[in-house]
Design a protein around this ligand. Structure first.
Ligand SMILES: Cc1cc2nc3c(=O)[nH]c(=O)nc-3n(C[C@H](O)[C@H](O)[C@H](O)COP(=O)(O)OP(=O)(O)OC[C@H]3O[C@@H](n4cnc5c(N)ncnc54)[C@H](O)[C@@H]3O)c2cc1C
Length: 370
């Protein structure tokens, strides 16, 4: 692939996250050629949403992918526990007909499995390009978008495609190049994120505590880990880290005494936490001619309620069906791409609203459990 001899595909997908990887696989299975481009050197990225809910599980199962992902390793979580002063005060069990309250799936497992299944298809039409960053949209003399410009290992080149998909996450470059502007919403909190080994005998569950009115959550993870998500007031981390560290981390141990040993061994300084600036966004339009957005690029969610990964998988599923129909017509009408937003926007907006409601009523709900 170089400027004189650009890669030519039906669909160019920017971003090999869950949404992009699944879409590429589903199109590849239909004989539609794709280029899946990813700026990272591999699929193994840390600090991603990894809790699959019933919706995400249903999409993977529908396409025969869930059992393979689970074989690589996944952990169904059995309950949500609410804790206070080191004790469980309330437990939520799976609803009727449900066997878990969410499944921890390491994103490595999810992405590795989907991409390897795609590459192993008897007739593979997918080209995966790592270390490749989109640098702009490629236009013909009439101004029509006919592909994208990229830098692969720092070398400029281009990819020609009938459709360009922005699956490149919350800071989507495709969205910017297509002139699609999202409404961004702050939620009044940021998140401190850390992962430590789970204590021996740790049951697979989500554990919640209220820390000065803010949510402190623990998620059991496959492989014997606990993911800690600690909400702090928005923009407060720089002030917080001027304070002594020990009294801060002691609060974590007071809330969950069983973590004492693991916290002492693995969370010793402020740098052992990763700060995530929390915001959500919604693009009024998800399409611009033959450019379409999905997942976080179209609608970034906050970590609350663990909807984002699942919404990206549902988008990919819906978009694959739309593009498959378009392929049977040699991609004559790009208007069909607008159907993605028509099909998906109502559920996505409900989930965004639900997150705000869950965040604002957290303390009140907690008090009602006491
Ligand atoms: C702390 C935290 C916890 C979360 N927890 C959960 C959870 O438990 N469950 C859940 O459902 N959701 C969760 N989410 C949300 C979830 O992570 C996202 O909604 C989901 O990853 C979106 O998938 P995606 O495929 O749209 O984008 P992403 O997963 O963001 O993937 C985008 C890909 O595009 C690549 N990329 C970006 N820019 C470029 C570029 N210019 N050129 C080429 N490639 C590019 C990126 O490297 C990345 O691989 C969480 C989010 C956060 C921040």
């Amino acid at each position: 692939m170089n400027d004189n001899n650009p890669l030519q595909v039906d669909v160019c997908i920017v971003g090999a996250g869950p949404g992009g990887a699944l879409l590429s696989y589903l199109l590849n299975r239909q004989g539609i050629s794709t280029a899946l481009i990813e700026r990272q050197p591999h699929l193994h990225k840390s600090f991603r949403g990894e809790l699959l809910n019933q919706d995400g599980e249903a999409v993977l199962s529908k396409h025969g992918l869930y059992s393979g992902v689970a074989q690589l390793g996944a952990m169904p979580l059995e309950q949500i526990q609410y804790w206070e002063n080191g004790q469980i005060i309330h437990t939520v069990y799976p609803g009727e007909g449900e066997s878990h309250v969410g499944i921890h799936v390491p994103q490595d497992h999810l992405l590795d499995f989907i991409v390897s299944q795609s590459q192993a298809l008897p007739h593979n039409h997918e080209t995966v390009l790592f270390n490749t960053v989109i640098t702009g949209l490629l236009r013909d003399k009439t101004g029509k978008t006919v592909g994208i410009n990229v830098r692969q290992y720092g070398v400029p080149s281009s990819i020609e495609a009938a459709i360009i998909v922005g699956a490149d996450g919350r800071y989507s470059a495709v969205r910017k190049y297509a002139g699609l502007t999202p409404d961004i919403r702050k939620h009044g909190y940021d998140l401190l994120w850390a992962r430590i080994p789970a204590p021996v005998g740790w049951e697979p569950a989500v554990r919640m505590a209220s820390m000065n009115g803010q949510q402190l959550a623990l998620f059991s993870q496959f492989g014997g880990y606990v993911q800690i998500g600690w909400n702090i007031p928005q923009g407060s981390f720089s002030k917080l880290r001027e304070q002594p560290f020990a009294p801060f981390v002691e609060k974590l141990v007071e809330a969950f005494p069983c973590l004492a040993e693991s916290v002492a061994a693995h969370i010793q300084t402020w740098s052992d936490f990763v700060l995530l600036s929390v915001e959500s966004s919604y693009s009024e339009s998800w399409t611009q001619d033959n450019v379409v957005l999905l997942g976080d690029a179209a609608h970034t969610m906050t970590p609350t309620g663990a909807f984002g990964l699942n919404a990206a998988l549902e988008d990919a599923d819906a978009l694959a069906e739309i593009i498959t129909r378009m392929a049977s017509d040699q991609f004559q009408s790009m208007d069909l791409l607008k159907q993605l937003q028509m099909i998906r926007s109502s559920k996505v907006k409900q989930q965004l609203a639900r997150q705000v409601e869950m965040e604002s009523s957290f303390q009140q709900r907690y008090e009602s459990l006491r």
